[in-house]
Design a protein around this ligand. Structure first.
Ligand code: EPU
Length: 416
């Protein structure tokens, strides 16, 4: 098991290049199932989840190759094996987004049911309901969903909740359905708009992605295209949190301020100065931030993925802050790890109360998931002695060169 070692650091200074968005590229890769031929994706991050999705596409008979540092060339043959095996879905839940494209293009799919995880139960009922409204039928056996459909037909889909994955599955199925589909109460995340622009480039007719109502006019066929992935707003937020904890001044090259307005607003309330530049974001953090309250909500609210970062920021801020989780029922496991580092954090149902301390105390801790792992590294920047973050491979699922990027701006971080 690999680990990251962190020692007290700061002030940070310099420029961090922000990679392509994990939660966009995985869906774009799934969308390539929709069109035969050669697709090229640019700005693809070098992360384990991209390797997992590549493996899934290859297991279906597609060819996926890194052609240059951040380019991915995907060839979709005329026919694929429409199946997502358990070992791959279990490794990465996002694999479930191949269901919509497989059904739309091949009329059938066999996809392993994803289980729960550290975030609590993660049902896919809304994914299935949306696809059912387009005419799909499902049966369940031996831990797999077997889905069938003759040509899907456009329908009005009203999502009970603006689920990111359910919106993406419905959208990718609707582009090849016969007639018009309207997805209401759709998720509004920038990654959905990126997916829609990729689909439109392929020849789809999608309007309104990025708003709560997405309208899709089905087409008969799509063509393979090239596309550049949007920057990762969660990675950008992670580096803003790093400078917030350690102090200093950073430029985040390629970050999009308009994708992270609420994070920037909260960071400003805490005492940071953040402003857009021609090609990214600039941030200045004082010696110590002020505490604020934060509640997670679907976009454009504060992303649940930002939450561990806010808890780390508050752990060393001046004052008391309450963080409320409204998206997932779990996702608090890292709190116990932060407490082992001397943080004063109390959990009560879906709230955490954080009383800031001037400094934490380095300790061995375990990364429970991608974002919480990154937050533990960030917290270590203001922990006396050495913090040893075990399970660094969780961080590798979603961050390219995390340790190298931090070290390049002056953080005392190494990997072994
Ligand atoms: N939900 C249901 N039924 C469904 C689908 C979702 O009850 O059919 C519930 C979930 O259990 C959860 C809530 O709805 O309580 C939100 O889930 P959503 O479907 O929006 O999330 P997701 O698509 O599974 C994506 C990101 C997550 C991010 C969430 C929320 C990807 C690959 N994952 O997950 O990112 O936390 O949206 O914004 O896009 C990460 O990057 O590390 C990560 C976990």
């Amino acid at each position: 098991m690999s680990r990251i070692l962190v020692r007290p650091s700061g002030p940070l200074a310099g420029t961090v290049p922000i990679s392509g968005a994990k939660n966009s590229v995985l869906k774009l890769m799934a969308a390539t199932v929709l069109a035969e031929g050669r697709h090229v994706l640019h700005n693809v991050p070098n992360i384990l989840d991209v390797d997992s999705m590549s493996e899934l596409l290859r297991s279906m008979g597609m060819s996926v190759e890194r052609t240059g540092g951040h380019d991915l060339t995907i060839d979709r043959p005329a026919v694929v094996t429409p199946e997502a095996p358990y070992e791959l879905v279990e490794r990465m839940r996002a694999s479930i987004v191949v269901l919509g494209p497989l059904l739309a293009r091949f009329g059938q799919a066999r996809v392993a049911l994803p289980g729960g995880d550290d975030f609590g139960p993660r049902p896919i009922d809304m994914h299935l309901k949306g696809l059912e409204q387009l005419g799909a039928t499902f049966s369940f056996a031996h831990g797999y969903i077997e889905a069938r459909a003759d040509r899907l037909t456009g329908a009005n889909i009203l999502l009970e909740y603006p689920s990111v994955g359910a919106t993406e599955n419905a959208l990718m199925a609707a582009v090849l359905a016969k007639g018009v589909t309207v997805i209401d109460n759709a998720a509004r995340e920038p990654e959905i708009a990126d997916l829609a622009s990729f689909l439109n480039r392929m020849g789809a007719q999608v309007l309104g992605a990025g708003s709560s109502t997405i309208q899709v006019e089905g087409v008969d066929d799509l063509t393979a295209v090239e596309h550049t992935v949007i920057p990762d707003r969660i990675e950008a937020a992670t580096f803003l949190a790093a400078v917030g904890v350690a102090g200093g001044e950073l430029t985040l090259q390629g970050a999009r301020a308009d994708h992270m307005d609420m994070f920037i607003e909260k960071a400003a309330e805490m005492g940071m100065r953040v402003s857009p530049t021609a090609d990214g974001l600039w941030a200045l953090a004082p010696e110590r931030l002020r505490a604020v309250d934060v509640a997670t909500l679907p976009y454009p609210g504060i992303a649940t993925d930002y939450k561990p970062l806010f808890v780390a920021l508050l752990a060393v801020a001046d004052g008391v802050g309450i963080v409320t989780e409204n998206i997932f029922s779990g996702r608090f496991r890292y709190v116990d790890e932060l407490v082992r580092m001397g943080a004063d954090v109390r959990t009560d149902a879906h709230h955490v109360v954080v009383r800031g301390r001037a400094q934490l105390s380095g300790a061995p801790v375990r990364a429970p998931d991608i974002r919480a792992g990154a937050a533990l590294v960030v917290a270590g920047l203001r922990a006396e002695g050495q913090t040893e973050v075990l399970g660094a491979e969780h961080i590798d699922r979603g961050y390219e060169g995390f340790v190298e990027k931090l070290a390049a701006v002056g953080a005392d971080v190494t990997r072994d």
